[in-house]
Design a protein around this ligand. Structure first.
Ligand SMILES: [Zn+2]
Length: 474
C-alpha cells in the first residue's frame, strides 16, 4: 500500500494513503462553508470521515502519549475536522502547520509541558476555556479566522503570541503568572479581568477595531473564586503599538503607573477610564502630580524619549482629560507638558552642564515659579505675598520715615515685624486706585524699590487672576 504524500522539511508521513494520496490526518477536508454547498451524499461522506478521524486520532494520540521512545508529541500538517481535546498530556506538544477546518475545543484541557502552535490556522471557533498551560506557551504565526476564547485559562509559565492574527480574542478572566507577550494583530481583543503577575508586552501589536482592558480588582464579582490579591500596577509595555484609526480602545480602572506608551500610534484615540498614572516622588512629586512612566523609567525603551516626544504625549493627555472634564488630571499633564517644553529650551546647547544651566535659567522656569505654569492660584498668591514681604523688608533696610501730621514730626522706621506689616499694607493699598494716603517719606533707593515692587506685584496679580480664571472657567 502506498504512503501518504505529506512532508515538511525533513519530516515525511509514513501512514498509509486513505484517499487522494494522503492519509486520513493529512487529507484536505472541506470547510463548513464549502460543505454547505455540496450534495447530501458528500456531506454524509465527510461526516463519516470526521468520525473516523476522531477515533483514529484518539488512538494515535494515545500511542505517542504512552510511547517511551517519543519525548515530544509533534503534529505536523494535520487537517482537523471538528475536534475536541479532553484530559491532559504529560509530554511537550507541537502543532506545526496544522489546519483546523472545524471548531477546535481545548476546554479544561491540561497541558503539563510546553505547548507550541506554529503556523496553524483556525477556520472556525477555537476555545481554550479554563485550559491550563503548565509549561511555556507559544502561538507563533497562527491565524484565528473566527473567534478564539481563552476565557479563564491559566498560563503558569511564559507565554508568547507572536506574529499571529486574531479576528476576535477573549482573554477575560485569564491568569498569567509569568512574562507574556502579545505581539500580534488583533481585530477585537478583550482583556477584562485578567490577572498579570509579571511583565506584559504588547510591543508592535496592532489593534484595528477594539481593545478592551479592565482591571479585575474593581470588579464586583470575583472571577472563578480567585482570591483578590494585593493590587499592584501592571508592568505593561505598550510601545510601538498601532491603534487603527477607527479602533475603540479602552483602559478601564488600570493602574498605568508602570506602563510605557512610547511611540504608540494613535495614542490620542485611547480612552483612559479611571486610570492611575505614575506619581513622581520627592521634590518633583510636590508639583508634578500625574506623569508618564516613560519619562521616569526608560528601562525597556531602546532609546530615551526626547522632551519633544513626551511633550506631544502629554499634550494629547491634556486634550483627552479636558474632553472628559477631569480637570485636575488635565492640569497635572499640562504641568508635565510645560516641564518638557522647559527642557526643550536647552536643545541647542551642546555641553551637559550648559544644558542643565539653560534648563533652569529661562522664562519657563520663571513661569513655573510664579504660578506653576498658570495652573495654581495658591502658588500665585503665595508668590504675591512673598514679593510684598520682601519689598517691605528692603524698603525698611534702605530707609523710610513716617510722617505724623499731628505732631508734625518724622520718625525713621526700624526693621521689625510691626513696621513690615505697616509697609506691606501700604504697598498693597497703594496699588488700588484712590486709596493712596501717603504718610511715608522714602529715601531715594527705597522709592526705587517701591516702584519696582509695584510693577512686579501688578504682574503677579495678573498671573493670579489668570490662574483663577483657568481653574474655574472651562
Ligand atoms: Zn499523512
Amino acid at each position: 500500500m502506498s504512503k501518504c504524500g505529506y512532508s515538511l522539511d525533513d519530516y515525511k508521513c509514513t501512514l498509509d494513503v486513505f484517499r487522494d494520496g494522503f492519509c486520513l490526518f493529512h487529507l484536505p477536508k472541506p470547510s463548513k462553508a464549502k460543505l454547505n454547498q455540496t450534495t447530501n451524499e458528500q456531506r454524509i461522506f465527510w461526516s463519516q470521515v470526521s468520525s473516523k478521524f476522531t477515533e483514529d486520532f484518539q488512538a494515535f494520540f494515545h500511542d505517542i502519549e504512552t510511547s517511551t521512545d517519543v519525548n515530544t508529541i509533534e503534529i505536523s500538517g494535520f487537517i482537523f475536522p471538528d475536534s475536541f481535546f479532553q484530559g491532559d498530556t504529560n509530554k511537550p506538544i507541537k502543532f506545526i502547520g496544522c489546519h483546523f477546518v472545524g471548531v477546535s475545543n481545548f476546554d479544561h484541557f491540561v497541558f503539563e509541558q510546553n505547548v507550541l502552535f506554529a503556523s496553524t490556522t483556525f477556520e472556525e471557533e477555537s476555545t481554550f476555556v479554563q485550559t491550563r498551560f503548565e509549561g511555556d506557551v507559544h502561538f507563533s504565526t497562527c491565524i484565528f479566522k473566527h473567534s478564539a476564547r481563552f476565557h479563564a485559562s491559566v498560563f503558569k509559565q511564559k507565554c508568547f503570541f507572536l506574529d499571529s492574527y486574531f479576528n476576535f480574542v477573549d482573554f477575560s478572566g485569564s491568569e498569567f503568572y509569568s512574562y507574556c507577550s502579545f505581539s500580534s494583530e488583533f481585530r477585537i481583543a478583550e482583556y477584562s479581568s485578567c490577572l498579570f503577575e509579571e511583565k506584559v508586552s504588547f510591543r508592535n501589536s496592532k489593534f484595528t477595531e477594539r481593545l478592551y482592558f479592565k482591571n479585575p480588582y474593581s470588579d464586583a464579582d470575583i472571577f472563578f473564586g480567585r482570591k483578590i490579591a494585593e493590587e499592584k500596577p501592571i508592568n505593561l509595555d505598550f510601545c510601538e503599538v498601532k491603534i487603527g484609526k477607527n479602533c475603540y480602545s479602552v483602559f478601564e480602572d488600570i493602574d498605568l503607573s508602570k506602563t510605557h506608551f512610547m511611540d504608540t500610534e494613535k495614542f490620542d484615540l485611547i480612552e483612559f477610564k479611571n486610570s492611575k498614572w505614575f506619581k513622581p516622588s520627592g521634590v518633583l512629586g510636590l508639583y508634578r502630580g500625574n506623569a508618564l512612566w516613560d519619562e521616569f523609567s526608560t528601562a525597556v525603551l531602546l532609546r530615551a524619549p526626547t522632551p519633544e516626544q513626551l511633550s506631544m504625549m502629554y499634550h494629547k493627555l491634556v486634550i483627552y482629560y479636558d474632553r472628559i472634564r477631569e480637570f485636575n488630571i488635565s492640569e497635572d499633564f499640562h504641568i508635565s507638558e510645560m516641564e518638557m517644553r522647559r527642557k526643550m529650551v536647552s536643545n541647542s546647547v551642546k555641553s551637559r552642564l550648559g544644558k542643565k544651566i539653560r534648563e533652569i535659567f529661562n522664562f519657563h522656569t520663571l513661569y513655573l515659579i510664579l504660578s506653576r505654569y498658570g495652573s495654581s492660584y495658591t502658588q500665585s498668591l503665595i508668590v504675591f505675598i512673598l514679593l510684598a514681604v520682601i519689598s517691605s523688608t528692603f524698603i525698611l533696610i534702605f530707609g523710610v520715615n513716617e510722617y505724623c501730621s499731628i505732631a508734625n514730626t518724622t520718625t525713621a522706621l526700624k526693621l521689625n515685624i510691626s513696621n513690615m506689616f505697616k509697609l506691606f499694607n501700604f504697598i498693597i493699598s497703594s496699588m488700588l486706585p484712590g486709596v493712596s494716603k501717603n504718610s511715608f517719606l522714602f529715601t531715594y533707593p527705597s522709592s526705587i524699590i517701591l516702584n519696582i515692587s509695584k510693577i512686579l506685584l501688578l504682574g503677579q496679580t495678573s498671573l493670579l487672576i489668570f490662574a483663577i480664571r483657568r481653574r474655574f472657567k472651562r
